[in-house]
Ligand binder design. Structure first.
Ligand SMILES: [Zn+2]
Ligand SMILES: [Zn+2]
Length: 451
């Protein structure tokens, strides 16, 4: 099993000798000198906010189950996670009395029967309630199912589509080079409920790899429970020059209590859930994103210009950054091509910024080096998925399981079915040549799982 980082309390200044070093002699742990808990690094003078490691570890566990587990047709004891664990070998092992094929796991000897998912009208009916973004109560009524059966088939549907999607992703994500793009978005639901969500895509195709949100069922201490009403989201004002726009963004950031204190306005949790703060979700999300980067030789990660995302992204790629195999960039999309900036130092941390016709960039990990070929050309792909989700989701959702299942179903429907210039994201990333409707996608997923 892949090991996630479990201690985030270290210096995060890339050019400090303590960058990513745990328990350095130079640290003052839980320093309160600046009015918030931090790890004070005496070597570079930085004060990264203190991270509750236990909380992050618990949420990683919870989200790992949601996004990468529930492998169908594999040994129930071994290799439970896509990407993070290799599949064990299976042997045919006779039949059950009802004639179904049994399998034995070569690693642990467990004998089990492969699941058999049949195409049935219940699955199709539940799928069409999702496609028609029906409120849950209305959806149950339309399908004629009991509530219990409706939730059962919704769960099955999300399992089938998630398995189909992850199996295909596993085949193609072993690459020499991978470019990733991540942004945070607030998705509002009815009755002031909502989630802060982190979305990551592959840069050339716009294929959405991972979308995680800040809802949890983990018990939280009061201070970890998101209760804020104000917003510290940094916005780009349309100023005369790109440089002024960036300076203004840094100024907005400096108004925060500390630079990772991203507040996203009033959000209420769904029933029987809590919300964590966006900075904690960032540590979790980027650790999980290692699923996709660990097999590529080199990768670039373009993150929204938000200091809350910086720390999480750096911590997730620490080893690869130190080996010069990974780079992290800030970026801000540009609405109009202005004058170019070329290595200008901007902001409190003297970040060095460049721009091209699409965006302004800041190489967080390789500052100082002139950056000529920045591979992120399409800066709207995350925004597109976000607005797709916003348009296509039933805003009355009030259950943890349902929101997880619907998000995953929508991620797959978007990747396989939404077309830009007659191509889906799955076409562009090279998973398939076909174009799918929701119905034909379900058929194909069932076919591949039962094969
Ligand atoms: Zn330092
Ligand atoms: Zn096994």
């Amino acid at each position: 099993m892949f090991k996630f980082a479990n201690n985030f309390n270290c210096c995060k200044a890339v050019h400090c000798r303590n960058f990513g070093v745990l328990n350095s002699q130079d640290y003052i742990h839980k320093s309160t000198r600046l009015g918030y808990l931090s790890t004070a690094c005496k070597s570079c003078g930085s004060n990264p906010p203190w991270v509750n490691n236990e909380l992050v570890a618990n949420i990683i566990k919870e989200k790992l189950e949601i996004h990468f587990s529930a492998k169908l047709n594999h040994c129930p004891k071994c290799s439970s996670y896509f990407f993070f664990e290799k599949d064990t070998r299976l042997h045919k092992y006779g039949f059950t009395s009802s004639g179904r094929q049994r399998q034995q796991c070569a690693a642990c000897g467990s004998v089990f029967t492969k699941a058999n998912f049949k195409k049935n009208k219940q699955l199709q009916a539940v799928l069409s309630t999702i496609v028609n973004k029906q409120e849950t109560r209305e959806a149950i009524k339309t399908t004629g199912l009991s509530p219990k059966s409706y939730y059962f088939y919704l769960h099955q549907l999300s399992l089938i589509l998630a398995n189909f999607s992850r199996i295909n992703e596993e085949k193609i994500i072993e690459r020499k080079y991978l470019g990733l793009h991540s942004e945070g978005k607030v998705l509002s639901l009815k009755h002031k409920r909502g989630v802060y969500s982190l979305i990551s895509s592959e840069i050339n195709s716009g294929y959405i790899l991972l979308q995680s949100h800040n809802l949890t069922r983990t018990k939280l201490h009061t201070e970890d429970n998101y209760q804020a009403h104000s917003s510290t989201i940094v916005v780009s004002h349309d100023l005369e020059s790109t440089e002024n726009m960036l300076v203004d963004r840094y100024t907005q950031n400096m108004k925060r209590k500390h630079f990772e204190q991203l507040l996203v306005g009033e959000l209420k949790a769904l029933t029987k859930c809590s919300l964590i703060y966006p900075d904690k979700l960032a540590y979790v999300h980027f650790q999980l994103l290692n699923a996709f980067t660990r097999k590529s030789q080199k990768y670039d990660h373009f993150i929204e210009h938000e200091s809350t995302l910086r720390a999480g992204a750096l911590m997730a790629s620490l080893k690869e950054i130190k080996k010069a195999n990974a780079n992290v960039y800030f970026f801000v999309p540009l609405a109009k091509a202005g004058e170019h900036i070329n290595g200008k130092k901007i902001g409190w941390w003297n970040d060095r910024w460049y721009s091209n016709e699409f965006a302004a960039y800041c190489p967080v990990t390789s500052a100082g080096k002139k950056d000529t070929a920045v591979p992120l050309k399409e800066t709207n792909d995350v925004e597109r998925f976000y607005s797709y989700l916003d348009r296509n989701i039933n805003k009355g959702i009030n259950s943890f399981n349902v929101i997880n299942e619907v998000f995953e179903i929508q991620r797959v429907l978007f990747n396989y079915g939404e077309l830009t210039e007659q191509q889906s994201r799955a076409n562009r990333i090279g998973i398939t040549d076909k174009i799918y409707t929701p119905e034909s996608l379900l058929d194909e997923a069932l076919h591949s799982i039962n094969a």
